[in-house]
Design a protein around this ligand. Structure first.
Ligand code: AHR
Length: 493
């Protein structure tokens, strides 16, 4: 098969906000305990953080990490995770039916993030929590005043404020599974009053209000309108969450799931702009797609887990090659909308639906989905450009026209490198790619990275960690995107 990508230097989508390569660590399963933190592990550092995990996180180059949840945050009182560890309560954690030891909290997580070269995106509890508690949290983390909570932080050993720049007003409050789930009206009220207190405490912070936890939610649309109308003045972002699955084992349809993400994004932008017009506001609300990934492999086994475990193997999806191709398409879709999707978080980072897996006391390794995310995060810094793709399409899963090639390009900040990210969705046919370049005189292909393989269900494990790995193929006269592949073609002057 043949395809063509037309690239023009002036066909700009946007300068990319690097926070589109964010991720997420929830106090859940083995994300924290046994993931980022395992005192006694051979690689543990002075604070019990696993160095092998930190190295892989740094390889992913994640600029911002959402914490501590997720569903977890809706029952979490942040003070439980601060101060002397021996005084911290061990609590029932209702979101995931676990025992929470509170060995790790804000105090430790901010330090771990520094070691990961990342910033914290903090979520506040709008389930069982109050606006006042959220304001106190901002004071504890961000202020240098001589007042109670800033003073507590100093007493706990942190002279300088942590200065977290972005805060989420709760999590998935539209979902009945959420602790203290709310109607749109109820959420809009508490989010507004909380936002006021938080911004009065630190006007420099940016706030994310909860949008819908999926376009399939029965309240989708009305939820966004109600929340935006009331919170508009105080917020900067509206969140979107979405996970994709292949329960039916229908690979062609699964590979087309990014079209659903695309629809979710474009429809949500329309609503944001509709409310902007209605309120006659000059401010534009951007999107924070702060939970996205493939999630379904572990659901059956999780249903059998006993209640009240600690650091259980929960949400531990083992990802295969086809999942990596879907993640590649989803990442490309986010970049195609990087003018409005300014932040996004691959959910999650370690062990829990994650690109990095660990064994307790054993190794850490890269799952298949690690590769497309690592490539995009490291190479996709600069300006996103539209790729006019000419290729065939196929029908699957209710979609009449899924293009065989999904693609976006990024021009590096110094304008010397052009990276074309492309997935070939064909299961059988390699795709010969021709480039029609406008404004890129002197650019020629210098590198072609590929993630592919015969077996779409191939996975990486502790004993075979490089079973599915990216390779670099020679760049010749022709650019060939192999069947079922993720590709990065780099052109340089
Ligand atoms: O990421 C796992 C869970 O998915 C999060 O806790 C929740 O926000 C979402 O439903």
């Amino acid at each position: 098969m043949k395809s063509k990508i037309k690239l023009s230097k002036d066909q700009i989508i946007s300068k990319i906000d690097e926070r589109i390569y964010g991720s997420f660590v929830e106090q859940l399963g083995r994300a924290v305990y046994g993931g980022i933190y395992e005192p006694g592990h051979p690689t543990a550092d002075d604070q019990g953080f696993r160095q092998d995990v930190l190295e892989l996180v740094r390889e992913l180059n994640v600029p911002i990490i959402r914490y501590p949840g997720g569903n977890f945050v809706s029952g979490y009182h942040w003070e439980d995770g601060t101060g002397p560890k021996e005084l911290r309560p061990r609590r029932l954690e209702l979101a995931w039916a676990a025992e929470e030891p509170n060995e790790i909290g804000i105090d430790e997580f901010q330090e771990w993030c520094k070691r990961a070269n990342s910033q914290v995106m903090m979520a506040v509890n709008l389930g069982t929590g109050t606006p006042e508690e959220a304001g106190n949290e901002v004071e504890y983390c961000n202020l240098d005043t001589n007042t109670c909570y800033a003073e507590k932080r100093r007493k706990n050993g942190f002279k300088e404020p942590f200065k977290f720049p972005v805060w989420c007003l709760g999590n998935e409050m539209d979902g009945e599974w959420q602790i203290c789930h709310k109607t749109a009206e109820e959420y809009a009220r508490i989010a507004t009053e909380t936002a006021k207190i938080m911004k009065w405490t630190d006007p420099s912070i940016e706030l994310v209000a909860c949008g819908s936890s999926g376009i399939g939610m029965p309240t989708w649309g009305t939820w966004e309108r109600t929340v935006l109308r009331e919170t508009y003045k105080y917020i900067d972002f509206l969140s979107l969450h979405s996970y994709y699955e292949n329960h039916a084992d229908d690979t062609p349809a699964f590979l087309g799931k990014s079209l659903e993400m695309e629809r979710f994004i474009t429809k949500t932008i329309e609503i944001c702009d509709e409310i902007k017009a209605e309120l006659q506001s000059d401010k534009t609300i951007n999107l924070s797609f702060d939970e996205w990934n493939v999630w379904f492999h572990s659901m059956g086994q999780d249903a059998k887990l006993p209640r009240w475990g600690s650091a259980q193997h929960r949400l531990e999806d083992v990802y295969n090659l086809e999942d990596a191709l879907v993640v590649g398409c989803l990442m490309i879709t986010l970049l195609k909308h990087s003018d409005r999707v300014r932040m996004a978080c691959l959910a999650q980072l370690v062990n829990v639906i994650a690109p990095i897996m660990t064994e307790d006391g054993g190794p850490a390794w890269r799952q298949t989905i690690f590769f497309p995310f690592r490539d995009a995060s490291n190479l996709g810094r600069g300006t996103a450009l539209k790729t006019g793709v000419e290729c065939g399409t196929y029908a699957a899963g209710g979609n009449d026209a899924i293009p065989y090639v999904e693609s976006v390009a990024v021009l590096s900040e110094d304008e010397n490198a052009l990276h074309i990210f492309a997935v070939n969705r064909s299961l059988t046919d390699p795709m010969e790619l021709s480039l029609d370049l406008n404004g890129f005189e002197g650019f020629r292909p210098v590198e072609h990275r590929v993630l592919t393989g015969e077996d779409l269900k191939a996975v990486n494990t502790a004993t075979n960690p490089e079973n599915v790995s990216e390779t670099t193929v020679p760049v010749g006269e022709k650019i060939i995107l192999p069947a079922k592949s993720w590709n990065v073609v780099t052109l340089k002057k």
